[in-house]
Write a protein of this length. Structure first.
Length: 128
């Protein structure tokens, strides 16, 4: 049975949001399950991460940000590759949103299930 685009969009959205959670960001085994062995990221800051360097970076976070995300859009590139775009922001303790970011992830499906192979964050202005 093949996932419909709607089902896949919901599934990948859930995996993306899972990667925003402090407990997951601190769990190297879970991160390695979600990130493809050849994972690469071009971070919002301009830093380039490999799977190993991102796992180490996230493990070192002392106060992970609270992230909110919306406007998810899926595009299948092949039966086993999908592109996911969305917007995110950091929620401050006072409720204000900062660090607005456009995000793009490429997910690949293999024997380990869906894994993120590439991610890029680009700074953007808040939605008006």
């Amino acid at each position: 049975m093949t996932e419909t685009d709607t089902e896949l969009a919901g599934h990948l959205r859930a995996l993306e949001i899972e990667l925003h959670l402090a407990a997951v960001r601190a769990d190297a085994a879970r991160l390695e399950a979600l990130l493809h062995p050849e994972f690469a990221e071009f971070g919002r800051s301009g830093t380039v991460y490999s799977r190993a360097s991102l796992v180490a970076h996230l493990a070192a976070e002392t106060t992970p940000a609270t992230l909110v995300a919306d406007e998810f859009a899926l595009r299948r590139l092949s039966p086993s590759v999908a592109l996911l775009n969305y917007r995110s922001a950091h929620r401050c303790p006072d409720g204000a949103l900062t660090r607005h970011t456009l995000r793009t992830s490429i997910w690949v499906h293999g024997v380990a299930g869906w894994q993120m192979a590439f991610h890029q964050g680009t700074a953007t202005d808040p939605v008006a």
